[in-house]
Design a protein around this ligand. Sequence first.
Ligand SMILES: C[S@@+](CC[C@H](N)C(=O)[O-])C[C@H]1O[C@@H](n2cnc3c(N)ncnc32)[C@H](O)[C@@H]1O
Length: 269
Amino acid sequence: MPTSEERAYAYENARAAQGERLRTLETLFDAGTIAELEARGVGRGWRCLEVGGGGGSIALWLADRVAPDGAVLATDLDTTVLEGLSHPNLEVRVHDVLEHDLPEGEFDLVHARLVLAWLPDRRTALRRLIAALKPGGWLVAEDLDFASAVPDPHMGAAMCARFTRIVEAHHAVIAERHGFDPFYGRRLAGDLDDAGLVDTDFRGRASMWRAGEPGGEIWRLSLEQLRDGIVDRELMDAGEVDAAIAFCTDPRFSSLSPVMMTAWGRRPA
Ligand SMILES: C[S@@+](CC[C@H](N)C(=O)[O-])C[C@H]1O[C@@H](n2cnc3c(N)ncnc32)[C@H](O)[C@@H]1O
């Protein structure tokens, strides 16, 4: 039985790892997100809702963008990192998008990145996000599709096979543990159409993820988090998983990233 000090230490470690993971996601995806938000016209005076704000970089960017007379509400199940942000135009609120309603008809923009694919009931969540929009307001939703997460053949057959195996194990554990859909990106645009939004469109982005860069780091951090789950389910043995984790920092490591799919649409006027 771990002592309370050991439990506190393990908890702090898990928190630090989660913070590092959120920062790495921001490094990977913020430039693309910001380009899409700018293309929707977000600017001074807008009221924005950032759902599942995580590390808060996009909430802060929006708060600057809409200042001085706009405002941003950033929500998350866990607001530990968001609470540490300080901006006169930013409000932070603990909120579960599956359980609790949001202010209705209030926002010019609702943005959710890497949130919907993790939710067991996406339809309910989408309905809430859309109800929060003013008529004519924009929903911008972003999620990954791992269809393109394949190894770079330059790594050689053995390393490619190891990468393919660990990616399958990664999908199996997060799907079982969280109901995560690793291929949700391809459904996003259709879900916005089905939900009744108008002026819908989408764009996907992908790049190479390599060791020593944020792409290699996000694989390492994600696999470290899932290590015990993969071993407990006997998908791979501990030695194989540790080798795969180490492999993300091997200078030869190179893979095609998942597609980050951004989809958008307006609430009908
Ligand atoms: C993968 S992180 C993405 C964080 C941030 N949106 C980004 O892209 O950098 C997913 C975030 O969604 C939050 N989240 C998960 N389920 C949620 C729910 N039911 N309601 C609100 N937030 C949720 C998590 O706490 C986490 O901060």
